[in-house]
Write a protein that binds this ligand. Structure first.
Ligand code: G6P
Length: 368
């Protein structure tokens, strides 16, 4: 086991550090720079079929669900296709409406999650076309789906999913590029999107080269018992994923929320003992996120910010901050999630938790 961990104390840390390579594998051969588009071989759909898609439904559980939320956001905002992500456990029992223009994705690292498998079967029974986004080759969901994409992360051993998330979203970035280019996206815009995506592995590498500030932050905060993780837009699902990571491996209670939504409830929790971690990218929602940060500060809440290199305004407001490199507006989930994975990991280490095998959790849940 020690050999397989390549010197890392836990598989989770090893898997976090594999992400420059695993994202590279997920996108490799799938970006056509000449045509400024995406290429996914396993979809089993003609260009005409893809053009006819007017609704995308993504079903998944856990971390894969948050990756699906990022995918739905991208497909709707960039490819202009009505899209949503839903928990597979809920889809199965809601008598879902399947229309001829609908296309579904079942996202599952293991390809064995029973809730997701049952949702896939129910959608197929209603005539839906369901594509798999799986890591494990030959898994049940990969076999039963009507086509799909392997994320090629390599084995993910730690119960808490990390590298699968960044590879799953990679697939949705590629699919979005493909679908957007078939619709309104220009060649120039496609090139910008593709280039930003290709640059992501080296930017993740940069973040992984500077883990000391994240470790220090975890040392300082690991003994707090409640956290809020707040983001907006495409970073909102990333906030939820960050909170999930912290819960799973450190057993610290954390809630992921839209920063806009705290005024409808969670702000009542704010005091010196409940830190809020804000995701602040340099996009059109930045000002609004900063306003929420100030609201938390005004209620004596501690604020941690993950912000873009050089954002001094955010650094001034926050009690503590981490910088990430600048990227295109919609690419931030890749760069935001890595510090959150490491923060959860170092908090768990600090508390002496069994990082790879957290209590009560299984890598793959094959019971309903
Ligand atoms: C379990 C694991 C999570 C995972 C979820 C979905 O709860 O502990 O890490 O995100 O299942 O798994 P899947 O294999 O379907 O992506």
């Amino acid at each position: 086991e020690q050999i397989e961990k390549h010197g890392f104390p836990f598989f989770m840390e090893k898997e976090i550090h594999e992400q420059p390579a695993s994202v590279e594998r997920a996108i490799s051969g799938r970006i056509n720079l000449d045509g400024a588009t995406g290429h996914l071989g396993g979809l089993n759909m003609s260009a005409r079929d893809l053009l006819g898609v007017d609704n995308v439904g993504i079903v998944a559980a856990g971390t894969s669900y948050y990756a699906g939320m990022v995918g739905a956001y991208l497909l709707e905002s960039v490819a202009r296709i009505k899209s949503s992500a839903e928990l597979s456990s809920e889809v199965r029992y809601k008598n879902p409406i399947v229309t001829p223009g609908s296309l579904y994705f079942a996202v599952s690292q293991s390809g064995e999650t029973i809730d997701t498998l049952y949702a896939l079967r129910e959608l197929q029974r209603k005539g839906g076309k369901v594509l798999g986004v799986c890591n494990v080759v030959g898994s049940t969901i990969a076999r039963e789906s009507d086509g799909g994409v392997y994320i090629h992360s390599g084995p993910e051993i730690a119960v808490a999913s990390t590298k699968a998330f960044t590879s799953q979203i990679s697939v949705f970035y590629i699919f979005t590029l493909l679908m957007a280019r078939m619709r309104h996206m220009s060649w120039e815009a496609g090139i910008d999107f593709a280039k930003a995506l290709k640059h992501i592995p080296s930017q993740i590498e940069t973040i992984l080269g500077q883990t000391e500030p994240i470790r220090r932050l975890a040392k300082k905060y690991a003994r707090y018992q409640n956290f809020l993780f707040l983001g907006r837009g495409i970073n909102y699902p990333v906030a939820m994923e960050g909170a999930l990571k912290l819960k799973e491996i450190s057993y610290i209670h954390a809630e992921g929320y839209s920063a806009a939504e705290i005024k409808h409830g969670p702000i009542a929790l704010i005091n010196e003992q409940t830190p809020s971690l804000f995701l602040v990218s340099d996009d059109s929602l930045r000002e609004k996120v900063i306003t929420s940060m100030k609201e938390v500060k005004a209620r004596r809440g501690r604020v941690i910010a993950v912000a873009v290199e050089g954002d001094e305004e955010v650094a001034d407001i926050a009690d503590d901050y981490l910088y990430i490199p600048h990227t295109e507006e919609l690419m931030y989930p890749f760069l935001m999630v890595v510090p959150l994975q490491l923060f959860a990991y170092y908090c768990a280490l600090e508390l002496g938790r069994n990082v790879d095998q957290p209590r009560n959790l299984a890598k793959s849940v094959t019971v309903e």
